[in-house]
Design a protein. Structure first.
Length: 409
């Protein structure tokens, strides 16, 4: 059964609730970023080694994303969300008490397992209750609220680290996760009735993933979504280097970077909720993708030719952030259209690609770009071009993947 807009038109209340519930993942990435140098000094290791604790977190996040959606298809959305928040809180306590890079990496891995449920399961919750343009608009509103996390996390984290040391950022994450758990218990309605849940059997799970991974339209669309996100997140993932080394700002001055970036994201998300009307969604997406490629190519040229400094150095990334936020809400909804009975599985595949791109950033792209603004821009531009190619493949296969069902876009 495909429930369509059964809960009326979604509004700001629903958007704020889903955004808060799904915000833990990026908050956990950015909150301790300003403390990288302090952690490296205390543990007697390099900045690159501490960067890899983020990579480990993201690998765990991506790995767990493949299972959290399936678990929510079987046990319901609320229990899986609540379990993830409690696991994350316990792991944050372990991270706060760490005394070496090894133990910090271990607890960051467990944090990634717990945090993964938020973004995966909330995608399924939205698509459970709404479809088409209402779902796309709700995703845009969620993105507006969700964008507060990247701006607050390094600012809050930097302030705590300056006054109380880097461990305080993890204490804060404990409180943050428990606050989300409370909201889940008291404010979130279960969107998957018991009669529509899928039995948790290994054979069924493998069969579901086999169908999902053999759907070229879904795989290409999910990869596109992941790479789209990667082009923007390379700057945040390398924030300790980009803000402190390239921009020349201090540990507690991350707001000079995050405020304009997140402001662009909020504006893009707001615009996305306004322009998704009768205009062809597919044609509009192609216009936005074309602008994305043009903007990133211009950024590479300008940075190489003129060696831009702040604030001009952020013009290209801000443009990317704005355009990405226009594009993502529609893409997220369209990628969950192919398997109405297994949206958790489809959301898992989509989130795996997003977090996998984030992990790839931390593991390969940030080390490649360290200390050089031109290389950061090159990564961004490469992602924009790859997005166009993958989206073209997804749209070419979309008709057959929908198997006779109407294309709402």
């Amino acid at each position: 059964m495909d429930r369509r807009s059964g809960d009326g038109v979604p509004g700001l209340k629903e958007a704020a609730l889903f955004a808060f519930t799904s915000s833990l993942g990026p908050f956990a990435v950015n909150a301790y970023l300003p403390g990288f140098h302090a952690i490296a000094f205390e543990f007697g290791t390099s900045l690159a080694a501490i960067q890899q604790t983020m990579t480990i977190y993201l690998i765990a996040f991506a790995f767990a994303s493949l299972f959290s959606g399936v678990l929510s298809d079987s046990f319901g959305r609320k229990p899986v969300l609540l379990g993830g928040m409690l696991l994350f809180a316990a792991a944050s306590l372990g991270a706060a008490l760490s005394s070496s890079t090894l133990t910090l990496s271990l607890w960051r891995f467990v944090q990634g397992l717990g945090a993964s449920v938020g973004q995966v399961v909330t995608q399924a919750c939205v698509r459970d209750r709404w479809s088409g343009l209402p779902a796309a608009r709700l995703n845009g509103l969620i993105a507006m609220f969700f964008a507060v996390s990247p701006i607050l996390a390094p600012v809050v984290g930097g302030t705590l680290i300056v006054h109380f040391g880097w461990r305080a950022s993890f204490v804060f994450l404990i409180a943050y996760a428990l606050s989300i758990a409370l909201v889940i218990v008291t404010g979130l309605e279960e969107s998957l009735p018991r009669q529509e849940r899928q039995p948790l059997r290994l054979g069924n799970t493998l069969s579901s993933y086999a169908k999902g991974l053999s759907c070229g339209a879904l795989v290409a669309g999910a990869l596109m979504h992941g790479i789209l996100f990667t082009g923007a997140i390379v700057y945040s993932c390398g924030g300790a280097d980009f803000v402190i080394t390239i921009m020349g700002f201090a540990v507690d001055e991350f707001a000079w970077f995050t405020v304009p970036m997140v402001g662009a994201g909020c504006l893009g998300s707001w615009c996305s909720t306004r322009i998704r009307t009768s205009l062809s969604m597919k044609n509009l997406l192609w216009v936005e993708l074309g602008l994305l490629v043009a903007a990133t190519a211009a950024t590479v040229f300008a940075q190489h030719r003129f060696s831009l400094v702040y604030p001009l150095i952020l013009v290209g990334p801000i443009a990317y952030q704005f355009l990405m936020s226009l594009i993502r809400p529609a893409v997220m909804v369209m990628n969950l259209d192919y398997f109405p009975a297994n949206r958790g599985m489809a959301a898992s595949i989509q989130q795996f690609c997003v977090t996998g791109g984030f992990a790839l950033c931390s593991m390969l792209f940030v080390p490649f770009a360290l200390g050089d603004a031109v290389r950061y821009a090159m990564v961004m531009c490469g992602c924009a071009v790859a997005c166009c190619i993958l989206w073209g493949i997804s749209m070419r296969l979309r008709g057959s993947a929908l198997s006779g069902r109407a294309d709402e876009f």
